[in-house]
Ligand binder design. Sequence first.
Ligand code: SAH
Ligand code: SF4
Ligand code: F3S
Length: 457
Amino acid sequence: MHYKRYAYIHTIGCQMNVVDSEKLTTVLNARGFGYARDPDQADIIVCNTCAIRHKAEEKAFSFLGQFAREKLKRPGLITVMAGCVAQQEGKKAFKRLPHLDLVLGTQAFSRFSRHIDALTSGQRKIVDIGPSDVIFEAMPDDTGFAENKVSKFVTIMQGCDNFCTYCVVPYVRGREKSRSQESIVNEIRLLADNGIREITLLGQNVNSYGIKEGGISFAELLEKVAQIDNIRRIRFATSHPKDLSDELIQAMACLEKVCNHLHLPVQSGSDRILKKMNRGYTKDTYLSRVDAVKTAIPDIALSTDIIVGFPSETLPDFNETMDLVARVGFDSIFAFAYSDRSSAPAAKFSGPVDEREKMDRLNQLLAFQDTITLKKNQQITGQVVEILVEGISTRQHDKFVKTTRHTRQMTGRSPGNKIVHFPSDTIAAGDLVNIKIENAYPHSLWGRPLEQPSHEK
Ligand code: SAH
Ligand code: SF4
Ligand code: F3S
């Protein structure tokens, strides 16, 4: 199909932003905008932004800043700041980006279509950071399947009520709201009909799904989703340790389609810091939830988020975090240096940690985790692991070049979310295959399919 006008969307931030950007694309498509692969070819440029750390926010300003000059050359070009930074900044965004045409807050996505019409009829400098009663639920259309993906994210909740003291999310995403089970199930059926085989259910705290609305629990939602034909794997993020229920652990253990992987952000191993963060658990209660999970699901893969250098964090506090990391044995971690967010209470807490000290602690933590991740990967060598194939690898492994006669190197993920490469000329994206793992690397595994047709061995 040929379009008269094109849109380019640049996404910064979490998986929810990825979903929101897909939905913004759908709205633009319904308004007659095709998808541009390059901003130079676009009539409208949208940056979907993230405010979680200072660096993410700066990325948004520098990306959009590039187009000030371009607009002098092409006055018809429309630029949009959308999402979390837009919600946070409102009309202040014009101070640094006077050439912006629309500031679209997170609650204003459901009014995007109306704003596009206003923009195309010549209106400029629109700011919408108003509230919304409805959840932004544009159903995926054909544009969403253009890339022939196997796996998709589905947002089941918006916002957050937890108010961790370092975090902007409750301020930029608003109060927690759950989507109806019908709407979620309908969307996943549609995705399955279009070839999607794996879905990841998203929310800031999926364990509290439906509680406010008095609907079914998250564990019950998992059961409903598991009944959908052709969906082979289900993942979810994020679980808050204080709300991780036995019911959910049981559901994970019983439902075959639910992957044995749990992302359980701990943030810190120090009780004093956890309290200041308003996390609602201690190091011991976290460790005992991890034990409950490991007992119910012995091959569970665990991952976490950690913040180092929270205000007043001392070396002994940091060492508590290192000790927790050693005791849990995470398969992977996401670690961040604490970043002051002016709307979050911790920005006013005393005892800021020196930037260099933060980076030292961060590097120490990451180096330690690298050794654990490699050990975990090495433990898998020799085992047979079921892989959901995602497609042909973009980069060929040394092992591939040296040891096979195949023309294609494929890539996929294990239930524990590890990337696995293997040679095959017949196995296709969307297949579930058993791979015997032969080699472990820091960030991936290499193996061979058990069911490789004999002529390919
Ligand atoms: N809702 C999820 C994650 C939200 S943001 C949860 O509760 O875990 C993703 C991660 O960013 C957080 O887990 C935290 O580790 C990190 N993060 C949030 N605010 C931050 C800040 N001000 N500085 C550094 N890291 C932060
Ligand atoms: Fe932020 Fe805490 Fe909510 Fe996660 S649970 S989004 S860290 S306030
Ligand atoms: Fe960032 Fe907003 Fe997600 S602040 S992490 S894009 S909810």
